[in-house]
Design a protein around this ligand. Structure first.
Ligand code: ZN
Ligand code: ZN
Length: 353
């Protein structure tokens, strides 16, 4: 095996990324080494690329970034008996401590000491990635479960975790924020039996794509449409039963709180860039429940996600652009333009040099 590999590195404390050759990571006794085939660009990667306040406080220059991937096991440590070389896999991106109370009690997604692949340690935008065997998710590739799709399991898992937080069978659902996760969440809500699904955003490209993926979704561009009017037109006399906040926008959250039915349930996934101003008194008077969602349940969310994809959930259209890894700049540019769903980078061409 070659000693160096291509990787996308946050080289300096400034905007941008560098494609360069770095040493291939070493595989410890409890690790697997994965030859990366496909990766998806996450909003997190875009933050790191753009070098915003969060990345400046979080990312150590020199880090290989990326945490959404699909690849093949090419090497395993001496203690790994669960998996085989040649298996197609992806992985949970949070490396958890195993000793805190949440880890020990089976709630790994709430580990206080979690390290993020491609954030706090070297990531997947590279030819090879090493992760602990406990983070491996094996997958069976099929015509609907493609390697491209599997590379977006991390954000699909966020959508699944959020959408399945509350019972929504026959319920009216409001999703604020129509990014890739919002679009995938809308498809999941339909798949699991919600009644009306209303999605709000201010980006028509994304709202249109959302309706293409899930035609029965009602989209509202809040720049020019009034949510309350739309609710009247579609026959809603009360409020929404379930709210999924996926925009990270304080106004969207306030609008959600204003339009819930009494006793409604809200799940918050979107990250707010500054503390939002919301009227908590309405939460009290209307008996609302608000819950924060982080990451994916390990591995409940992963199993549900795979089983739903095997039983008819199809969100492949959320992946709108594909580039060779050498053209990563084009991928980040289209992400920054807002005119894309998920962007996939292909790393399989690296050996063909
Ligand atoms: Zn991600
Ligand atoms: Zn822990």
């Amino acid at each position: 095996m070659a000693e160096t590999m291509y990787a996308l590195v946050k080289e300096t404390a400034a905007p941008g990324l560098t494609l360069k050759r770095v040493p291939v990571p070493e595989c410890g006794p409890n690790d697997v080494k994965i030859r990366i085939h496909k990766t998806s660009i996450c909003g997190t990667d875009l933050h790191i690329y753009n070098w915003d306040e969060w990345s400046q406080a979080t990312i150590v220059p020199g880090t290989v970034i990326g945490h959404e991937y699909c690849g093949e096991i090419v090497e395993k440590g001496s203690e790994v008996v669960e998996y085989d070389v040649g298996q197609i896999v992806t992985g949970e991106g949070h490396i958890t401590c195993g000793v805190c109370r949440n880890c020990r009690e089976g709630r790994k997604h709430l580990c206080r000491n979690a390290k993020g692949v491609g954030v706090n340690r070297d990531g997947a935008f590279a030819e090879y990635l090493v992760i602990p065997k406990t983070n491996v998710v094996p997958v069976k590739i099929s015509s609907t479960l493609t390697e491209d799709m599997v590379s977006s399991f991390d954000p699909l898992g966020n959508a699944v975790h959020t959408a399945l937080t509350y019972d929504m069978v026959g319920e009216d659902v409001l999703i604020t924020g129509c990014g890739a996760i919002g679009m995938m969440a809308a498809a999941i809500c339909r798949h699991v039996g919600a009644r009306r699904i209303v999605v709000t955003d201010i980006n028509d490209y994304r709202l249109n794509l959302c309706r293409e993926i899930t035609p029965s979704v009602i989209t509202v561009n809040t720049m020019r449409e009034d949510l309350k009017e739309v609710m009247k037109t579609i026959g809603m006399r009360e409020g929404f039963d379930v709210g999924l906040e996926m925009s990270g926008n304080a106004k969207a959250l306030a609008q959600m709180i204003d339009n819930m039915n009494n006793g409604g349930n809200i799940a918050l996934l979107g990250i707010m860039s500054k503390p939002p101003v919301v009227d908590l008194q309405k939460v009290v008077w209307n008996g609302l429940t608000i819950r924060g969602i982080y990451g994916r349940k390990v591995f409940d969310t992963w199993d549900k996600m795979i089983y739903m994809l095997e039983s008819g959930l199809d969100v492949r259209k959320v992946q709108t652009h594909r580039f060779d890894f050498r053209d990563y700049e084009k991928g980040f540019a289209v992400m920054n333009s807002g005119m894309s769903g998920k962007v996939v980078l292909d790393w399989t061409t690296a050996d063909k040099e």
